[in-house]
Ligand binder design. Sequence first.
Ligand code: AMP
Ligand code: ZN
Ligand code: FE
Ligand code: FE
Length: 276
Amino acid sequence: MRVRIDLHTHSTRSDGTDSPSELVRNARAARLDVVAITDHDSTAGWDDAQEAADELGIVLVRGIEISTTYEGESVHLLGYDFDPTHEPLVAELERVLGGRNDRLPRVLARLAEHGIEITEEDVARESGDAAASGRPHIADAMVTKGYIAHRDEAFDGWLNTRGRAYVERYAAPLLEAVGLLKGAGGKAVVAHPWSRGSDRVLTSEAFERLVGAGLDGIEVDHVDHAPTTRETLRHIAHELDLVVTGSSDYHGSGKSEAFHLGANLTHPEQYERLLG
Ligand code: AMP
Ligand code: ZN
Ligand code: FE
Ligand code: FE
């Protein structure tokens, strides 16, 4: 039976700092038996990660973290083991990635109003081979230019939802996104549902509706969830017969040590129910 299972990590194909193959190597070094690559809105890292996983003898789960919205709040949706060429899903992901890129000049204009001079080229250098530029890449450009010391500082006051340079972008309607993943033959799990605002909208009634749309599980064990939050979510998952997952949300050096590989794990029985 596989014992150390981490179902949520990011590579340079979104806003992590390890390339897909480095991510898999580091997962092996962290003694994981199973690791999922779940870049934001993109499957671009799958092939490189798979090649590394085959070499190292670690099980790779091919995943994604889709930016969605539910009743005006941002909700992240993990998808696993789906057909990455399923046309309706591909079209929706392109729309989401396009929304990220459209937002960029408007965020930079807001920063400029406050004397922070960052160009699109500065951000492109930080995002490298990522599928699109995210707020963390803008934050990295602010670090490189010496405006702040660390990526996290850009969120307080600037890039978070109440920040001076916050600009909305397109995200997929949550119920629709669950349907797209299911239509593509995959599994759908709500990521860290009760972090940052979405706790107000993701009530047990909302989870019931999501089950109706085909939801498979809830990511309960995540650094952003306090112990009491985890207990309540575990109870909701139990009532609705949903799979419970745990994962690190690793971003390499892009997030603090609290998000290290294996920081939270998924129980083997839950893994078997979801992906076995
Ligand atoms: P984006 O998808 O471009 O809107 O940026 C969202 C990503 O930025 C998230 O997935 C996190 O990796 C990171 N992020 C969002 N909010 C914060 C925050 N308050 N502090 C640090 N990182 C954050
Ligand atoms: Zn991220
Ligand atoms: Fe997330
Ligand atoms: Fe994530």
